[in-house]
Write a protein that binds this ligand. Structure first.
Ligand SMILES: Nc1ncnc2c1ncn2[C@@H]1O[C@H](COP(=O)(O)OP(=O)(O)OP(=O)(O)O)[C@@H](O)[C@H]1O
Ligand SMILES: [Mg+2]
Length: 327
C-alpha cells in the first residue's frame, strides 16, 4: 500500500547568495537567506510563516513555487521533487501552485486589462477558447466579489483600488484551480478595513476550493486569524512551529515571545507571561555563526548557546522549538 505523501514537503532547504561575482571572485562569503528549513503542509490547511524583515520568508516562498532554485535540499509536491520535473509534468505543476505577491502594483502589468490578466492563464495553457476564457474570467470576478464583473473586465490596474487589485491577483492565482497558493504578505499594503475583507475572501475561497495556503506575513496577529499552523522564522531558520492556538498560548522560543510582546495585543490574556523583549543586535546574514543565531539578542542565553546550534525538537505533541532552553 502506498502511503499518501503530504501536499508539500520542504526538506533541508538552503539558499545562499554568494558575495562578489564572476568566476575569478575569491570571496567564499555568502548571505544565508534560508539555512536548513524543513516543513510539511497538508491539503486544505494554511501554514502562516512569520518573521522579521530579512529572515528569509520571501526566499522560502519563492523556492516552494519553483521560482528560485535552492542551493541545497528539495521541495516535494504531491510526492514529486519539483526541480526534477521537465516538460509536461513541469507545465502541469505550474497550474497546481500559484503565488500572490505583496504588491499588486508590481505584479499586475499596468498596460493589461483585467480581462487580459484573467483570460491569459486559460489561453496560455490552451485550456479554453477565447470566448470560454472570457466566461471563466467573468466567473472568477464573481468568486472574488468584484461584481458586477462587466464593470471590472475592461479596467486597467490604475482604475482599481489597492484592495480591488489584490482581488484580481487572487482571481488570477485561483484561475487554474491550484492546490497550493503561496501568498507573500498579501494584505500588508492595504488599509486595515480592506485587509480584513481580503482575508475573509481568502478564507471563503479556501473553504470553497479546498486549497492550501502558505501565508507569509510579519504580522503574527493577522497570521493567527487565518492559519492552522504557524512557523516562526528567524535568520533563515524555522525556530518554532506549532498549531496556531498552541503557539499563541505557549510560545516557547524567546524570539516568538518577543514577537508577541512587540505586537499590539488585541487579547491581553494571550500575552500573559510575555514580558521581556529582545536585546542586542541580530547577527549579519553573511556567514552567520554555527551556534544559536538568536543568541546575540536572547535575554536567556547560556554558554551552551554559544557552542553549537540547537535543532528543532518536539517539546510537546506537534510543537517544535529550536532552542536549548525553551520557555
Ligand atoms: N537575490 C538576492 N541576492 C542577494 N541577497 C538576497 C537576494 N534576495 C534576498 N537576499 C537576502 O536574503 C535575506 C532574506 O531575504 P528575504 O527577502 O527572503 O527576506 P524576507 O523575510 O522576505 O524580508 P521582508 O519581510 O523584508 O520581505 C536578506 O538578507 C536579503 O538581503
Ligand atoms: Mg519578503
Amino acid at each position: 500500500m502506498r502511503i499518501l505523501a503530504p501536499l508539500l514537503e520542504v526538506r533541508a532547504v538552503k539558499k545562499y547568495y554568494p558575495l562578489g561575482r564572476g568566476l575569478l571572485s575569491i570571496s567564499k562569503r555568502a548571505v544565508h537567506a534560508v539555512d536548513g528549513v524543513s516543513l510539511r503542509l497538508e491539503t486544505g490547511t494554511t501554514l502562516g510563516l512569520v518573521g522579521e524583515s530579512g529572515s528569509g520568508k520571501t526566499t522560502l516562498g519563492r523556492i516552494i513555487v519553483g521560482l528560485i532554485h535552492p542551493t541545497e535540499g528539495s521541495v516535494m509536491f504531491e510526492g514529486q521533487e519539483i526541480f526534477s520535473l521537465r516538460g509536461k509534468e513541469q507545465f502541469s505543476l505550474r497550474t497546481k501552485m500559484q503565488i500572490i505577491f505583496q504588491n499588486p502594483e508590481a505584479s499586475l502589468n499596468p498596460r493589461k486589462t483585467v480581462r487580459h490578466v484573467l483570460t491569459q492563464p486559460f489561453l496560455l495553457h490552451r485550456l479554453a477558447t477565447r470566448s470560454e476564457a472570457d466566461e471563466r474570467a467573468y466567473h472568477l470576478l464573481e468568486q472574488v466579489k468584484l461584481t458586477p464583473p462587466e464593470l471590472y473586465l475592461d479596467r486597467y490596474p490604475h482604475q482599481l483600488s489597492g484592495g480591488q487589485k489584490q482581488r484580481v491577483a487572487i482571481a488570477r492565482a485561483i484561475a487554474l484551480g491550484p492546490k497550493l497558493v503561496v501568498a507573500d504578505e498579501p494584505v500588508s499594503s492595504l488599509d486595515m478595513s480592506v485587509k480584513a475583507s481580503v482575508l475573509k475572501l481568502m478564507n471563503e475561497i479556501q473553504s470553497n476550493l479546498g486549497l492550501s495556503y502558505f501565508l507569509i506575513s510579519h504580522d503574527l496577529y493577522m497570521t493567527r486569524s487565518i492559519s492552522k499552523i504557524v512557523a516562526v522564522m528567524y535568520a533563515g531558520r524555522i525556530v518554532e512551529l506549532a498549531e496556531t492556538d498552541e503557539l499563541f498560548r505557549h510560545p516557547a522560543h524567546p524570539y516568538t515571545q518577543a514577537l508577541l510582546a512587540s505586537t499590539p495585543v488585541p487579547d491581553p490574556a494571550i500575552a500573559r507571561g510575555v514580558s521581556r523583549n529582545v536585546i542586542g543586535e541580530p547577527f549579519s546574514p553573511i556567514d552567520p555563526p554555527d551556534y544559536c543565531r538568536f543568541s546575540s539578542r536572547c535575554p536567556y542565553k547560556q554558554d551552551k548557546c554559544l557552542q553549537r546550534s540547537p535543532q528543532l525538537e518536539e517539546i510537546r505533541k506537534d510543537h517544535w522549538v529550536e532552542c536549548f532552553f525553551p520557555l
